[in-house]
Design a protein around this ligand. Structure first.
Ligand code: HEC
Ligand code: HEC
Ligand code: HEC
Ligand code: HEC
Ligand code: HEC
Ligand code: HEC
Ligand code: HEC
Ligand code: HEC
Ligand code: HEC
Ligand code: HEC
Length: 311
């Protein structure tokens, strides 16, 4: 039996249980149920995309944290009593107390207050004041609640949700050298906590380097001979999201190195066209334009004579 079929059956069974427990009048006549009862909503809301919610963690019967048996829908949408009353002739039905999407969506603050009310702990502890919170993002800008397939929570589909607003990072991830995010092997959330963090740029760790070293531990050191910028910040040489240079470098060699190292110290002038045309021999230090031909241990060396990162 496929997962989808099984899911469908689960939803159908749960629903049938509820519906058969309804008074006959409610089942046929679509009248008002008890205002704080999930069944009251289901009198009118059997739409397929609405009942998807029964398959999610929020509708786990017997979980006192959502108390679904008595107030499943109202947990999120509010008691909504006015909504359940038939509107007077010619008038629109009053909205539920909290509407999450569409033209009649409640103010962001009101929507978030509901979700954060149950979810402030754990990864969301720094939500207040975070870049997303202060830009008025709603939880529901990233999450869906009526579908177990909440795309933002899964590696393979998460980046598409983020790219909806972060087009620049999409462009960077499409460059030849990039972290395997588009490939679904990594996700933005491996480096960022979209709910807020103590680090800069919503990073999962307190610093850029601690974030990178979560995975690239071999660059951590301490080394006998350290290269100062590596200890300082990986992004002095690398971009995290993608680059046209190999190894996600921000520039190609020798220019990368020469942003800091004076091109007049040892023969490290850029290999210029002039030195060919004019017949002058190119510096041996500029062989194949790569400083790394000799300074290969650029992240630091543990070799006794690796002071110039040559070994
Ligand atoms: C008596 C029928 C009835 C009951 C009971 C009912 N609804 Fe509705 N609901 C409707 C109708 C009809 C609409 C479409 C209303 C409209 O477009 O004006 C609707 C729309 C909605 C919407 C979308 C609102 C929007 O503006 O996009 C939500 C959310 C909703 N209902 C939630 C609930 C919840 C939660 C309950 C139970 C607490 C509930 N409804 C009970 C009939 C009902
Ligand atoms: C009445 C409390 C309550 C409210 C309100 C609530 N949640 Fe939850 N939520 C829970 C519980 C309980 C779980 C299950 C957690 C678990 O199993 O650890 C959960 C799980 C989740 C999960 C993880 C889903 C999964 O399958 O594990 C997400 C995402 C989530 N909620 C988002 C939201 C959003 C967004 C809102 C607002 C629209 C919201 N929640 C409102 C209690 C609530
Ligand atoms: C910018 C997008 C975004 C916003 C806004 C957002 N989330 Fe999330 N949420 C995510 C991502 C991504 C994950 C998966 C995190 C992971 O894999 O580590 C997630 C996971 C979760 C989980 C399940 C993770 C767990 O701890 O088990 C809950 C619960 C949750 N979010 C609640 C919320 C609530 C509540 C809000 C609003 C205050 C919110 N989210 C706002 C992107 C977002
Ligand atoms: C975890 C919080 C949560 C629970 C529980 C919940 N909803 Fe919703 N509801 C939402 C959110 C968020 C949306 C916006 C669409 C989405 O995220 O899937 C929504 C959308 C809706 C809509 C509008 C659908 C549309 O897009 O046209 C209706 C109707 C609705 N809910 C009814 C219900 C009913 C009925 C129940 C109980 C069976 C229920 N909701 C339980 C959070 C919740
Ligand atoms: C390998 C870790 C990593 C991954 C994966 C990652 N980021 Fe970043 N991101 C960073 C770092 C580090 C910064 C800080 C930028 C800097 O210092 O140059 C940053 C900065 C940002 C910024 C702030 C603007 C900027 O460029 O400075 C945004 C927006 C952003 N990332 C979005 C995303 C999105 C969306 C994804 C998923 C497609 C993603 N990031 C994946 C590490 C990562
Ligand atoms: C609905 C639009 C929207 C979505 C979806 C969204 N973001 Fe953002 N994000 C913003 C806005 C607005 C800002 C603040 C302005 C800015 O820095 O561009 C922001 C800022 C950021 C920053 C920079 C924080 C800083 O201090 O520099 C990061 C990192 C980030 N988002 C990551 C993500 C990730 C990861 C996801 C997906 C899980 C995501 N965003 C989804 C709108 C969004
Ligand atoms: C969640 C784990 C993770 C984190 C965190 C992480 N990386 Fe990576 N990194 C990877 C993976 C996986 C690859 C791809 C390895 C491969 O393709 O063999 C990679 C590859 C790289 C590469 C080589 C790319 C190439 O084209 O050769 C560089 C450079 C790099 N990461 C730098 C960084 C920097 C800088 C940070 C911090 C901003 C960082 N990484 C954070 C997992 C991570
Ligand atoms: C001074 C510039 C510089 C800094 C700072 C730097 N790197 Fe690199 N990194 C390079 C260069 C140059 C390469 C290309 C190496 C090659 O082509 O063999 C590279 C390659 C890499 C690679 C892929 C090849 C490999 O050696 O595994 C990873 C992963 C990497 N760096 C991670 C990091 C991390 C993590 C940091 C921060 C702790 C960092 N780098 C800081 C210059 C730098
Ligand atoms: C962000 C600035 C920066 C970049 C980019 C950078 N370096 Fe460095 N490098 C330094 C600093 C600072 C030192 C320490 C100088 C000191 O102690 O006098 C250093 C030291 C060195 C040393 C050892 C020199 C000595 O006197 O012991 C070598 C060799 C070196 N770098 C090569 C490179 C190469 C090759 C590249 C390009 C892949 C590069 N560096 C990129 C800042 C940088
Ligand atoms: C052919 C091998 C080779 C190449 C290519 C090379 N270097 Fe060196 N480099 C050395 C050696 C050997 C030393 C130590 C001896 C010396 O001081 O001349 C050194 C020393 C250095 C030092 C220490 C400061 C100094 O003048 O003693 C720096 C900084 C440096 N190189 C940077 C670079 C940069 C940047 C490039 C690329 C533009 C580069 N090197 C290319 C071999 C090379």
């Amino acid at each position: 039996m496929g997962g989808g079929v099984r899911l469908g059956l689960v939803i159908a069974t749960v629903l049938a249980g509820w519906m058969s427990a309804l008074p006959a009048s409610a089942q046929d006549g679509r009248t008002l149920g008890e205002p704080t009862d999930v069944k009251a909503c289901m009198n009118c809301h059997e739409e397929p995309h609405v009942i998807g919610v029964f398959a999610t963690a929020h509708m786990t019967e017997g979980d006192p944290r959502t108390d679904v048996a008595t107030q499943g829908c109202q947990n999120c949408h509010g008691a909504s009593e006015a909504h359940m009353v038939r509107p007077p002739e010619g008038q629109l039905r009053a909205s539920p107390d909290i509407v999450f999407t569409g033209l009649r969506a409640s103010p962001v603050e009101k929507r978030n207050k509901n979700c954060i009310g149950c979810h402030e702990a754990g990864a969301r502890i720094h939500w207040q004041g975070s870049a997303h919170e202060s830009s008025d993002l709603a939880c529901t800008d990233c999450h869906v609640s009526h579908d177990v397939d909440d795309k933002v929570r899964f590696k393979a589909t998460q980046s598409a949700v983020c790219f909806g607003c972060h087009a620049e990072q999409r462009a960077q991830n499409l460059k030849p050298s990039h972290h395997p995010v588009m490939e679904g092997i990594m996700a933005c959330a491996d480096c960022h906590n979209p709910h807020g963090s103590v680090g800069p740029h919503l990073l999962v760790a307190e610093t850029v380097n601690d974030t990178c070293l979560n995975c690239h531990d071999e660059k951590r050191g301490p080394f006998l001979w350290e290269h100062a910028p590596v200890q300082e910040q990986c992004t002095l040489c690398h971009t995290p999201h993608g680059s046209v240079q190999p190894a996600m470098l921000i520039q190609r060699q020798p220019y990368l190195c020469q942003t800091c190292h004076d091109s007049t110290v040892h023969n490290s002038q850029p290999f210029s066209g002039e030195s060919i045309v004019g017949g002058g021999a190119p510096s041996r230090m500029m062989l194949l334009r790569s400083c790394l031909n000799c300074h290969s241990e650029i992240h630091g060396s543990n070799h006794p004579s690796g002071i110039r990162f040559g070994r």
